[in-house]
Design a protein around this ligand. Sequence first.
Ligand code: 1CP
Length: 341
Amino acid sequence: MRDSLLIRAAFSEKTERPPVWMMRQAGRFMKEYWEIKNKYSFLEMCKTPELAADVTMLPVDLLGIDGAILFSDILVTPEAMGGDLSFGANVGPKFSNPVRTMADIDALEIDVTHKLQYVADAIKVIQQRLNGKIPLIGFAGAPFTVMSYLVEGGSSKDFKLTKLMLHNHPEMAHRLLSKIAKVTVDYLNMQIAAGVNAVQLFDSWATALAWDDYKEFSHNYNVDIISKLNRKDIPVISFCKGSSVFAPLMAEAKPDVISIDWNADLLNIKQSLPKGIAVQGNLDPHILYADKAVIKDRIYKLFDRMKDEPGFIFNLGHGIMPDIPFDNVKYAVEIIKEFRY
Ligand code: 1CP
């Protein structure tokens, strides 16, 4: 896998075209996903290795992307720590026992990889199915983003309770973040041992934080996690919403790749980073709703801008929305695979 397009680009080597994968590529915009989802709950899908493999393979088989991403969720780690997690129809994730006090934090377990063995099992099944064709990306949520779900008890628009904990009770926040960081290191190293070829750390909601708070409550934990991963030949991709602003700090954590949201000019960001850090991104996912001529124009403009910069992986600035037409996503992958620098 070291010679695959994706891993070479992740290690900042020259490639004949940009490799392509897309966040949330294995999901709700595909009717084949719903055929499985209508029979099983989301957590059953995550916890049954054969089903997780079936879903992981959908975009591999139907879109022909250059990297598969493990079908799972960032919330399986807080669940293993003791969070009572459920996913109701159209209400998103819920934790019925939100973490609000020091006693709640103390009750969370940190030696939990045995409870996540189903993920290692899924990785083995997926690698058998991929059969060396393309790399498999593992992932975990970054501590701040995972913390937000535990504290809020689910998704949030404003992260009010989470930010209140950072501001009024920083000692509690740090205790909670340290516990999540420990679990995240063990979990990602377990995925690497089970056979993933790259890992991505998702800090989706870092964009809610001011610079100093990002540094203290998110970045410092990501630095610690990245420094403890068994990285030989395994590129580490660091993603956050807000990366157009936080990229200089993210680079200090020394990931191999930084995944950039769609606000920034990708070339400017790339040129501002230390040599040897690749970028991933950064098409506005809404472009995939537009006419095919627009999709082609925007993607090729991005490629033209990045043409002299080895170390570029095509992705979206964030995930594919569930109602983006499948045909448009397929078209985008096709024109990317036709492209040559
Ligand atoms: O209802 C359904 O069918 C479940 C929808 C779904 C799916 C397909 C959820 C629930 N998670 C997933 C899969 C998933 N989640 C993947 C699989 C691989 C792929 O990308 O194709 C990955 C990498 C994630 C990671 C994840 N889960 C993130 C970080 C990435 C991102 O998009 O920012 C986050 C924030 C979550 C939480 C989550 N999981 C699911 C929901 C509805 C949510 C809440 C999102 C929110 O708070 O807005």
